[in-house]
Design a protein around this ligand. Structure first.
Ligand SMILES: [Zn+2]
Ligand SMILES: [Zn+2]
Ligand SMILES: [Zn+2]
Length: 160
């Protein structure tokens, strides 16, 4: 995916082949346990996010959804994203207006992302500050249900 101009090569951080098949099978099993269905559109959108391995904008998902033929109808992709987000398979990255697959097993966890502004490599980390943010919210009278931290900079490869 093209990002800011830079003349070094960028890795693809996505999963493919057996790794991808295993992740999709695990997602299917997790859905079954939660009494949910990983329908074909939900599975396809998750597959695209896993293949990308970094945040993808909804319109890129719509464009690459169909392998042959016309692109997907936008509501199909948005509904699938909504499902994946609610079930903990994906996160929305507000600052990029994009979505990224979640590789953690826990539902509804606080999320923090290290985002490379050069190549787009995004790593999800354990947000140590989230408990403090939730506590600060509580003392201000807010019952917070979601905390997402987005940190921008350059990854190790791009700093090279
Ligand atoms: Zn996550
Ligand atoms: Zn980078
Ligand atoms: Zn770069």
């Amino acid at each position: 995916m093209a990002h800011a101009a830079c003349d070094h090569d960028h890795h693809n951080h996505g999963v493919a082949g057996d790794g991808l098949a295993a992740e999709l099978a695990a997602a299917e099993a997790r859905c079954a346990t939660a009494d949910q269905r990983l329908t074909a559109p939900r599975r396809r959108v998750l597959e695209l996010l896993l293949q990308a391995g970094q945040p993808v904008k909804a319109y890129d998902l719509i464009a690459s959804y169909a392998i042959d033929g016309p692109p997907a109808k936008p509501p199909t992709v948005y509904r699938a994203l909504d499902f994946l987000e609610k079930q903990g398979f994906a996160h929305r990255i507000e600052s990029l207006n994009a979505y990224v697959a979640c590789r953690k097993e826990a539902d509804g966890h606080a999320a923090a992302f290290l985002i490379c502004d050069c190549c787009g490599a995004t790593r999800e980390i354990e947000p140590r500050a989230s408990a403090e943010i939730i506590a600060a919210g509580a003392s201000a009278g807010y019952a917070l249900t979601a905390v997402t931290i987005e940190a921008h900079g350059l990854c190790g490869d791009c700093r090279g």
